[in-house]
Design a protein around this ligand. Structure first.
Ligand code: C2E
Ligand code: CA
Ligand code: CA
Length: 775
């Protein structure tokens, strides 16, 4: 941009054409803004002069003429004045309906034209002293206009010219040619002054813009130096190249001229293949689409063979409209992995000195791009440590950190040259390139698990951690983040199958996850719309058939799926982190209803592992019992063995706290998991529920199973623990359980889960049936 006088010729100054370049547009906006700023002054002067004329001429000119003229002046002044005021106050309005040169000039011309009326229409009719007054007012308005309108010479000269017509007419009235000449000289001098002033104004604005741009450039160059960048580039608002430095063009194998005008996307990622795989490239395009600045975005170039980093600032005009980007960039391929500077540091896990999440992500992008280009297949192994939380919680963070470092070095040993990284916490990743043969990858996973299951000596003791691994290959996913998600799903599935194992990603996992996600949304809705309800299943005394308790079971009536099984939706609730909330509701609802039951009938409520974190549950129980009036002795809480999986000492103390409240703890589903009697003693359960699978097997003539069940009942009795057989579906099963020594029975044969109000009266026939003497 330059502000030589050639740009400011008379023609350029007075041109009413729309400016084409950005600088001229900015100048034009500044001119109009200055005019708008002086709008109130211009309008006040106009109104004041009009008022003076009307008052002075009222005796000699018909009032209606004066009134009509005054109203016209007033209308133009008020409407334009209001618009000027709004333009100054309301930025949004100013952006939507900016002041335009043509419209402004037209308004000024109209105002000036109004001032032709006194000289041309009324002048001849009034006395000499009033004629003098009109002359003076017109002359005064001309000079006032040449000052307040000077920033827009088109409008100012038009105003002066129109008023000169009026003053000329007045001079002609006196028949004095010298006066006419003087009038013209006056008009000419004013116009000349307007042009000189506006030329000064325009060059001031230009100088200011230039300074501002230089300031931005200096800031950019500073950043350029500070970031050690090699290249400069600039794009326009349509993301087309406006400028690139020669070195950058050379890196792309062409000259700057060949790049100018091309869309940036077609330069960085000609066929869009990189953006499909690389999150970095997508992030770059996303910022560009949103018109946002970006910083140090690393993108793979040339099929992942080189890495570039790009930073860009947005360029905006004075109205805040985006006009492009300007930024810096450099090739970081060589320093990314081996350099010692900030680029490398940003990719290293500070604790273990292996790759961090960023580098793992980039390596994945690189491997996927190479695979897409016909290179070797790639795979991602996500490694999750099994008992890390326990180590961290019990032995402290210093030991935990030491353990993580040891794990990192063992992983590097086992991975045979593949990139090993820590994603955070106790989650590690291995980016593998080579064969994606399942046997080979499975072998790698086994080696890793074997390495990590060896004891880790820490101080005088040895720690045993294991690992669970999820594996996904480049054939499962098209992009880095998809591959990450696939491996994550595989890991999740491996964890569910039991820790210390590995799993490959399967398509069904994705569908299951999607289903899970949909259900999760619905569960949230269900919570808000009261679509959850409770039913109660009777538990009877085995000998007498007397009803001793009812177990609360959740039901969800889904608007589309119908009744969804708790086996399906409880895990969803758990994963969504809603179990505390729903568990609290179940407890409150069940206790409220149970408080109405006969006092000899207890209430049994299922409690999930996640509800046992912290003191929350004990507090809830205390509050609920107090609120509902249900005695603690009538409440049983059922938990399953999997609450012990995490080896969390907090679980035992949570159970302790609950038992101290006077409620009974029940071990549910005994026989489905590990059947550890250790747990029974540890948590001092009051009751044990034998899983339906045992009941069924024993009733089907499995002698070993029957012997085990008998032993369980005997052992439980000797420990003072009550027993319940679950899922009793026939008379035969009920009879067998009684014979084997079971205390209580539960199952469809004794009663199905039913709403609270369906409380069957213990009729004789019913009692009979339950004690097995009828049927
Ligand atoms: P669970 O605690 O073992 O509950 C007993 C399940 O066995 C119930 O299934 C019940 O309807 C079913 N059942 C009872 N008698 C028979 C029978 O004779 N034959 C057969 N085949 N099944 C029988 P439901 O209601 O589908 O609940 C499934 C599981 O969902 C429950 O197993 C429990 O673990 C969980 N659950 C249900 N409600 C809640 C709750 O409010 N909170 C928590 N945390 N879990 C719940
Ligand atoms: Ca249960
Ligand atoms: Ca059960």
């Amino acid at each position: 941009m330059d502000s030589t006088a050639t740009d400011l010729t008379l023609g350029a100054l007075l041109s009413s054409a729309e400016p084409t370049d950005e600088t001229s547009r900015a100048v034009r906006r500044a001119q109009l803004a200055a005019l708008v700023r002086l709008g109130p002054a211009t309008i006040s002067i106009q109104l004041l002069a009009a008022a003076i004329v009307c008052v002075a001429l009222r005796g000699e000119v018909p009032v209606w003429e004066l009134a009509l003229w005054l109203v016209c002046s007033f209308m133009i002044c008020v409407t334009r004045g209001m618009r000027a005021w709004r333009l100054r106050q309301d930025e949004d309005y100013a952006r939507r309906r900016p002041a335009e040169l043509r419209a402004v000039t037209l308004v000024i011309a109209a105002l000036a034209a109004l001032w032709l009326v006194p000289p041309l229409v009324w002048f001849a009719r009034v006395s000499l002293d009033l004629q003098l007054l009109v002359c003076l007012l017109c002359a005064g308005l001309m000079s006032a206009g040449s000052v307040t309108l000077a920033t827009v010479p088109q409008a100012a000269t038009m105003y002066v010219a129109i008023l000169t017509v009026g003053t000329t007419a007045m001079a002609l009235h006196f028949g004095n040619s010298a006066q006419v000449l003087l009038t013209w000289l006056y008009g000419f001098v004013l116009c000349w002054g307007v042009l000189a002033n506006s030329r000064q104004f325009v060059s001031n604005v230009r100088a200011r813009l230039e300074l501002q741009e230089q300031g931005e450039l200096i800031a950019l160059l500073r950043e350029f130096e500070a970031s050690g960048s090699d290249w400069l580039w600039e794009l326009d608002a349509e993301k087309r190249v406006v400028h690139v430095s020669r070195a950058m063009a050379e890196a792309l194998g062409c000259t700057p001229d060949q790049l100018v005008g091309r869309p940036a996307a077609s330069v960085l990622d000609p066929d869009g293949a990189v953006a499909r795989i690389s999150a970095g490239m997508r992030s770059l395009f996303d910022h560009a689409r949103r018109g946002a600045a970006f910083r140090d975005v690393a993108v793979p170039m040339f099929g992942g063979r080189r890495w570039w980093t790009l930073s860009g600032k947005t360029l905006v005009d004075s109205t805040g409209r985006l006009i492009g980007w300007r930024g810096v960039g450099s090739d970081i391929t060589d320093v990314r992995l081996t350099g010692s500077d900030a680029v490398r540091a940003a990719r290293k896990d500070p604790l273990t000195a292996i790759a961090n999440r960023l580098l793992v992500r980039e390596q994945l992008e690189e491997s996927l791009l190479q695979q897409a280009g016909g290179g070797p297949c790639c795979a991602l192994l996500l490694v999750d440590l099994d008992r890390f939380k326990l180590v961290n919680d019990t032995l402290g963070h210093a030991v935990g950190d030491e353990l993580l470092c040891e794990v990192a070095s063992r992983l590097e040993g086992a991975a045979g040259g593949a990139t090993v990284g820590r994603l955070g916490g106790d989650e590690f990743a291995i980016v593998w390139t080579g064969s994606c043969d399942r046997a080979e990858l499975g072998g790698l996973a086994e080696r890793i698990m074997a390495e990590l299951s060896r004891a880790v000596p820490v101080g005088s003791s040895a720690l045993h951690v294991g690992a669970t691994i999820g594996i996904a290959t480049g054939r499962d996913a098209a992009s880095e983040d998809q591959l990450m998600r696939c491996a994550d799903l595989a890991l999740y599935s491996a964890k569910r199958a039991g820790r210390g194992s590995h799993a490959f990603f399967e398509q069904a996992m994705r569908e299951e996850a999607e289903e899970h996600r949909l259900l999760e949304n619905d569960v949230r809705d269900a919570l808000n719309s009261n679509a959850l309800r409770l039913v109660y299943q009777p538990i009877v005394e085995a000998g007498s058939g007397r009803l001793v308790a009812r177990e609360a079971l959740l039901r969800w009536d889904h608007p589309v799926r119908g009744e969804v099984s708790p086996d399906v939706f409880i895990p969803v609730i758990e994963d969504a982190g809603l179990m505390h909330q729903i568990g609290g509701w179940v407890l409150r609802q069940a206790c409220t209803e149970a408080a109405e039951w006969p006092s000899e009938v207890s209430l049994s409520v299922n409690v999930s592992a996640s509800q046992l974190n912290g003191p929350g549950l004990a507090n809830t129980v205390v509050n609920v019992l107090a609120a509902t009036g249900l005695p603690a002795s009538r409440l049983e809480l059922e938990v399953t063995e999997n609450i012990f999986i995490g080896d969390d000492p907090a679980t035992l103390s949570a159970l302790d706290a609950l038992r101290r409240l006077g409620i009974r703890l029940v071990l549910d589903d005994f026989g489905r998991g590990y059947c550890s009697f250790g747990y029974l003693r540890q948590a001092r359960f009051a009751k044990l529920k034998v899983d339906q699978s045992f009941v069924r097997a024993a009733a089907n003539g499995d002698a070993d199973c029957a012997a085990i069940v008998r032993a369980i009942f005997a052992l439980a009795r000797s420990l003072g623990i009550c027993t319940t057989a679950e899922g009793v579906e026939s008379d035969r099963e009920a009879e067998l359980m009684r014979q084997l020594g079971c205390d209580q029975l539960q199952g469809f044969h004794l009663g199905r889960p039913e709403p609270a109000e369906v409380f069957r009266p213990p009729t004789e026939e019913w009692q009979h049936r339950r004690s097995g003497k009828g049927a």
